[in-house]
Design a binder for this molecule. Structure first.
Ligand code: S3P
Length: 453
């Protein structure tokens, strides 16, 4: 997808200041398109993330019959086909870099009379799909996957599918959501048991669209979610809040660059997503959630951050799902903090867009941080606010969050930190460079040699 790597380095020449908004939440944007495409009538979505991952979902839903259009005010209009009404796509569904698109769409197709082939980029083609194949096969779908349960894969949905009762073996909102979406067009009650809570956008939005869904939480915090199939979804007006996973980058940048005072407005702070902000506060970070309110059914706040001297921390295991995508940038913060951070229980990071434990350890060492890699995380001895030596090129390995994390590290480095390929940032945060520049950072593009014959 990215033909020529666009390389850059990032620098700061003083405090970061200003008030900004980050683009819409990626998880909510995917689900907005999918559920609207299954409702009968027109839904409107405001604040949709227009990143490559979400556009891959839009293209797939169009290929299966939905009408999806953006108007000149940036509002998206979706006319759905009704639950059970998805059509056979004519060509393979290209999911680009997006695991969420792939796994959730596999769920939708599992209970439709559809045969579909999924393809993806080199990063997505390494990621495990067995975690969704297993429950969806129990529901009756059939799969032919590449070795190791990977993409490219072809699946045939079952109609009618069989309702299952499934206990999640990994804490994954994607697996939970795939099963619930399959359950939408499955006769009877489909049940997912979630021992460790993960982001709950699917449950909230399915209920908002009119599906019959229940959630029970027992004394140990285990959640049992049921959905009654053959549902009828009603079109909705959706306002997507700013993505906390994108806000994480300017927030940590402001904590690290001396003198900074930055506000990121309109950020989603759903408790299943906001673990990073809590952890940064516990590390001594001046992170204030102000003007808390509800927007489109989700809690939202403006986040004011001022430069702080952070101290090391041991992250509690039960916080992991609520900040699973934020560990790369937390590692940068920990490497600048005073003292040791023990960040473990993170084995899921090894199967994200890259192996985020190994890739972050390698990059941190390259810029001069002291890091020990263990199977399930990193142990980091912080620099007590001393800038990184820098002078390194970071291999981002098609992982947007690796690129943005080291862009932030560059702001507190003596010598340049070169990001080898900035292009993946467009999957989730197309406005990252202009936004950081408005706050006062400097991005220096680095000319790459065109080796084409
Ligand atoms: C997501 C869930 C998370 C997260 C991903 C988006 C979602 O994955 O890493 O970026 O939208 O459901 P897992 O649920 O597999 O941990």
């Amino acid at each position: 997808m990215h033909e020529k790597p666009a390389s850059a380095s990032f620098h700061s020449h003083g405090p970061l200041t200003g008030t900004e908004r980050v683009p819409g939440d990626k998880s909510i944007s995917h689900r907005s398109l999918m559920l609207s495409a299954l409702a009968v009538g027109e839904s409107r979505v405001e604040g949709l993330l227009e990143g490559e991952d979400v556009l891959a979902t839009a293209a797939a839903m169009r290929a299966m019959g939905a009408s999806i259009n953006r108007d000149s005010h940036g509002i998206w209009h979706i006319n759905g086909v009704g639950v059970g009404g998805l059509l056979q796509p004519d060509t393979a569904l290209d999911m680009g870099n997006s695991g969420t698109s792939t796994r959730l769409l596999m769920g939708l197709i599992a209970s439709h009379n559809i045969t579909a082939t999924f393809t993806g980029d080199a990063s997505l083609s390494k990621r495990p799909m067995g975690r969704v194949i297993e429950p969806l096969a129990q529901m009756g779908a059939e799969f032919t996957a590449s070795p190791g349960g990977r993409l490219p894969l072809t699946m045939r949905g079952a109609c009618p599918a069989v309702p299952i009762r499934y206990r999640l073996p990994v804490a994954s909102a994607q697996v939970k959501s795939a099963i619930l979406l399959a359950g939408l067009n499955t006769p009877g009650i489909t049940t997912v048991i979630e021992p460790i809570p993960t982001r709950d956008h699917s449950e909230k939005m399915l209920a908002g669209f009119g599906a019959e869904l229940t959630v029970d939480t027992d004394a140990d915090g285990v959640r049992t979610i049921t959905i009654r199939g053959e549902a009828e979804l009603k079109p909705q007006q959706i306002v997507v809040p700013g993505d906390p996973s994108s806000a994480a980058f300017p927030v940590v940048a402001a904590l690290l660059v001396p003198g900074s005072d930055v506000t990121v407005e309109n950020v989603g702070i759903n408790p299943t997503r906001a673990g990073l902000f809590t952890l940064l506060q516990a590390m001594g970070g001046d992170v204030q959630l102000i003007n808390q309110r509800i927007v489109g059914g989700e809690p939202v706040a403006d986040i004011r951050v001022r430069h702080s001297v952070l101290h090391g921390i041991e992250s509690p295991h039960d916080i992991v799902p609520s900040m699973v995508d934020e560990f790369p940038i937390l590692f940068i913060a920990a490497a600048m903090a005073k003292g040791r951070s023990v960040l473990r229980g993170l084995e899921e990071l090894r199967v994200k867009e890259s192996d985020r434990i190994a890739v972050m350890a390698e990059g941190l060492r390259a810029i001069g941080a002291t890091v020990e890699e263990v199977e399930d995380g990193l142990i980091i001895d912080g620099r007590n606010g001393d800038p990184f030596p820098g002078s390194a090129t970071i291999a981002t390995r098609l992982d947007h969050r690796i690129a943005m994390s080291f862009a932030v590290a560059g702001l507190v480095s003596q010598q340049p930190v070169q990001i080898d390929d900035m292009a993946p940032i467009a999957t989730s945060f197309p406005d990252f460079v202009p936004l950081m520049t408005r706050l006062g950072a400097e991005a220096r593009p680095i000319a790459t040699t065109d080796t084409a014959a």
